[in-house]
Ligand binder design. Structure first.
Ligand code: NDP
Length: 337
């Protein structure tokens, strides 16, 4: 059983040295337990927060502990009456080949599901995050302008497509021309701006001629700086993530723009609200899954996966995720099909 543990806490960007790979015996389930074989492992930006012991909404991974992660897994041995060998489940299986489970927190998946990895992406946590953040906090109305960054990624791609289904003008922001082309040509956004372009702020302003009514915040940093002056009165800002800051070790150098931010919120009567998806909306997953499954089946929501083969490649893939090397929902395949 290969396990990837947290060897040390990163200072700034994580490196390969922060992870350690162990070979341990495959565990034996006790009465009431299951042995799960992880098939797909989800890599997500929040894991950077768990590697750090700074105060957060949940406890960090301990040094020497297996890195946590959502997985799609098969029941390999069952010592429980409610699960059978071969059942497919969504689990918190972690960065390892095998995991023990007492059955709690497992979500059953259709054993014949054509693409089980989607339970980690568009039909799982990231899709759910996009759906609730945009619809419940963003409250988009037809004709309004929605802006979202990390627009080709797991969350952003779904945010923009739901915005289009609601009749909005949708402007994406992504890293590089290839991602921007995909966002417009394949996902159907009205425009997509490359945040690495030297004239990024001017291009964003030109693409948002009527200002911004919903800014779905995934990144922070220079993107938020460019968005702030374009926000309309009564704009809504669901604060979902701040990936541009996850590797920060201190506040950026001045000038202090906090007063500018709060003045903008006040004078334009803007609502800015953070959320943690399962803590705040856990009871609405069923509603989301029904709606999103329909949209995906009907081809109204498209998705792209970035599948990396082999558990041993998880650390490098995760490091790349924070730098924009992924193109679509990043998933590690542990068992070849
Ligand atoms: P993505 O699949 O979008 O991958 C991350 C992307 O972030 C990269 O590909 C890169 O895209 C972009 N990025 C990285 N650094 C920067 C930067 N400095 N400026 C602009 N863009 C950057 O990840 P997810 O869709 O899984 O996550 C998106 C956001 O949603 C994250 O902030 C995450 O933490 C948050 N999240 C929050 C949840 C919640 O409950 N609040 C739940 C799930 C996710 P590019 O190349 O286009 O720049």
């Amino acid at each position: 059983n290969r396990q990837i543990t947290l060897a040390s806490r990163p200072v700034g960007a994580p490196t390969a040295d922060n992870f350690r790979t162990l070979e341990t015996p495959v565990p034996t389930p006790a009465d009431g337990q299951l042995l799960l074989r992880n098939v797909y492992l989800s890599l997500d930006p929040y894991m950077r927060g768990r590697m750090s012991d700074a105060p957060s909404y949940t406890a960090p991974v301990g040094i020497g502990e297996v890195m946590g992660a959502g997985t799609v897994a098969r029941v390999e041995v069952s010592r429980r009456p409610d699960f059978r060998v071969g059942d497919l489940v969504l689990a918190h299986g972690g960065w390892q080949d095998y995991a023990l489970s007492d059955g709690s927190g497992l979500q059953r998946l259709d054993a014949d599901m054509a693409q089980p990895s989607l339970a980690l992406g568009v039909l799982g946590m990231p899709g759910f995050t996009a759906y609730m953040g945009l619809l419940d906090i963003g409250q988009p109305k037809a004709g309004e302008t929605v802006v979202v960054a990390a627009a080709s990624g797991a969350v952003g791609s779904v945010v923009g497509q739901i915005g289009k289904l609601k009749g909005c003008r949708v402007v994406g922001i992504a890293g590089g021309p290839e991602k921007c082309r995909y966002v417009v040509d394949e996902l159907g956004f009205d425009a997509c701006i490359d945040h690495r372009a030297p004239d990024f702020a001017q291009q964003l302003e030109a693409a948002c001629a009527d200002g911004i009514d919903v800014y779905y915040e995934n990144v922070g940093g220079a993107v938020f700086d460019a968005v702030l002056p374009l926000l309309n009165a009564k704009a809504r800002i669901p604060v979902c993530g701040l990936i541009a800051h996850y590797n920060d070790t201190r506040l950026p150098p001045g000038p202090d723009r906090l007063g500018l931010l709060t003045r903008t919120l006040l004078t334009r009567r803007i609502k800015m609200q953070g959320f943690i998806i399962f803590d705040d909306y856990g009871d609405r997953f069923g509603e989301f899954l029904t709606q999103m499954s329909d949209w995906v089946t009907q081809g109204k929501i498209k998705f792209r996966e970035d599948i990396v083969d082999g558990l041993e490649n998880a650390p490098q893939a995760f490091i790349g995720l924070l730098e924009g090397h992924n193109f679509g929902k990043l998933v590690v395949r542990l068992v070849p099909e």
